[in-house]
Design a protein around this ligand. Structure first.
Ligand SMILES: [Zn+2]
Length: 243
């Protein structure tokens, strides 16, 4: 008798395996896991939707070392996201990021549930960028490299603070290192609004497009400096949105 296991997760990535199969990488409440899907690259494979990036799937699998798909269902396919190239590319950037930190020891259940809520909102909303930035900012907290917002990173001062990407937060004028591009106060306010945002108590976040562009650059620099991370999708996204 084959013992079966049920896995529910978000498809982050897939790799071709042998002639016609694929390995999919799923993000679940307990972190990253992989599943072999036989024949999924054949045109008439019944599993095409079970290997599509971003789909939320429920899979029945067997096998210990390399789990193999036996049967499964698509629980959510985020159709509206996939219809918009920019939005889907932005989401792919987030999926690459989640994959990159998928083996880190952090609260996977919390992140998984949060992602589920965010992807629903992104699918339904035109102003979706704030939700994806929120994931990136809150993830810094889960990874233990969160920006310091309550006082200077090097002392207790709470006045005349400037944000430093390299220092990872606010710096007073004695401790601000200089030599990096200044982050505007509007951008810092936006960053804090999204970092502390509570999805249970939604509020309006209104900011100029320029401030969102600046935040994009700050988040990119933060991830590059502290995690040495830059996604392939981020490069594609720049080609699409121009920044
Ligand atoms: Zn200081």
């Amino acid at each position: 008798m084959i013992s079966m296991e049920y896995i529910e997760g978000l498809i982050l990535k897939k790799l071709d395996y042998k002639e016609s199969s694929q390995i999919i990488y799923l993000y679940t409440t307990s972190g990253l896991t992989s599943v072999l899907v036989h024949g999924s690259r054949k045109p008439k494979s019944p599993y095409l939707n079970l290997t599509r990036i971003q789909n939320l799937v429920g899979l029945h699998v067997s096998g210990k070392d390399l789990r193999t798909l036996r049967d499964g269902d698509v629980l959510k396919d985020y159709r509206q996201t996939k219809e918009q190239l920019e939005k889907f590319t932005y989401v792919q950037h987030i999926l690459e990021l989640i994959y990159h930190v998928g083996t880190h020891d952090h609260d996977h259940e919390k992140l998984y549930l949060f992602l589920g809520k965010v992807f629903d909102l992104v699918d339904q909303s035109e102003d979706y960028i704030m939700y994806l930035n929120m994931v990136e900012l809150k993830l810094l907290h889960l990874l233990g490299i969160n920006p310091m917002f309550s006082h200077c990173v090097s002392c207790e001062k709470t006045e005349q603070l400037h944000f430093s990407v390299k220092e990872g937060g606010f710096c007073c004028k004695d401790h601000y290192p200089g030599g990096e591009s200044k982050v505007s106060s509007a951008c810092v306010t936006l960053m804090m609004d999204l970092y502390y945002y509570d999805l249970q108590n939604p509020k309006k976040v209104e900011q100029e497009v320029e401030v969102f562009k600046e935040l994009r650059s700050v988040i990119d620099r933060y991830y590059e400096y502290h995690l040495n991370f830059r996604s392939k999708s981020r490069k594609m996204l720049a080609g699409l949105i121009g920044y």
